[in-house]
Design a protein around this ligand. Sequence first.
Ligand code: 5IU
Length: 452
Amino acid sequence: MESKKEFFLECYKLGIIKFGRFTLKSGIESPFYVDLRPLASDPKILKHLANYLLDMLPLDNFDLICGVPYAALPMATAMSLESYIPLIIKRKEAKDYGTKKMIEGIFTQGQNCLLVEDVITSGKSLLETIPEIENEGISVSDIVVVLDRQQGGKELLESKGYRVHTLFTISEVCGMLKEEGHLSNDEVLRISDFLQGNEVKFEDKKRLSYAQKLDVAEHSVARRLLETAIAKQTNLIASADVMTTAELLDLADKVGPHIVALKTHIDIITDFDPDSTILPLKDLAAKHNFMLMEDRKFADIGNTQELQFSYGIYKISNWADFVTSQVIGGYDSLNCFRNVGVVAILGMSSKGTLTDAAYQAEALKVAQSHPNVIGGVSQKQIPEELLLFTPGVSIAETGDGKGQQYNTPEKVFADLQTDFIIVGRGIYKADHPEAAALNYKIAGWNAYTASL
Ligand code: 5IU
């Protein structure tokens, strides 16, 4: 057999211990979580485990072997198969028909039974189990445990006269994981604090404020967005999905005072003309101090994106402050957006979107590494060095019957720590778009301050 450490590391790979922040059944916060049930799903590991446990024990003492349900049942079974010590099964509840037996299997009074348990914490559940076995006339002298959480259980049982054999202790396990680089010093300290009975204080990591993000933002577009948000006390981006120049300009003038940016889909405008659409739009952006975000969602190779960005009738590069782009074309496809900020599409708000977790993780890597990228569109939290733009926001609606899924401003700030909310129909379809924009501005700003 391999060394005990090697064996443990094999077990660890099955995900039996997780580190982080967990609320235990008792309501106490724990810095680690243990679940040994996955061990039973790897036959080789289960067999090795059985032998490690048997090696620690005075086997001649035992006539029977019994696992505490459920996690230790397969362990006890494997130990029985390896040692030829007969297995008995303890029920969790007595049968409500027939014999009302608590113990199943073949045994006689006066036999001594080895008790097998996966994890020992306070020892209380073992102290409840043992009398149920003893009540059948079976004696218990020894308990074997795979992992001792070192919270007093072993000592409690030993004080009652039982011998407790443990394969691993949590301190030993942490030591091995630290040596292998799986645990940081901080985590080890927090765990030892917890084991010494000190309540562990997890610092609630606060989101960065716009001012703090501004301190570290390098891209000029990100800086201007943050400065505008602070100056105008708004994180609202109005999505102007309207079809004529007149509607676009009318909306921009009305909502302008309340937004950081106006998001356009310029190709929706049926009467687009650079002079009569873009020039007045730029004037309104200057007048009300908002930026222009063209939601073009580029999704091609770099060369084509470059042409789409600067040529054709829209000449987006002439007027947009920032654009949205897919990152599906890879890192180099974003090089063409030199003078604007790029908001990378990481995940979508629509039902059934194909941007699954694996795609989002890869897309995020591209977004984080590319200097033109200022942030991302996502329905998940993203690393705080990127600005998060969240569409699919509505105070009144939960969906649009076409796959859109809405969340409230409160929810996206509390859950995603978003930076900017994007609202379309909630504003431009409202009877009074200006009042609706003000409403979203206030709701968004309140939700932001509440999340700080
Ligand atoms: N938009 C989304 N969800 C997304 C992405 C973009 O809604 O995941 I990427 C766009 C579509 C529309 C605006 O222009 O944001 C939201 O409009 P409504 O608030 O009207 O649903």
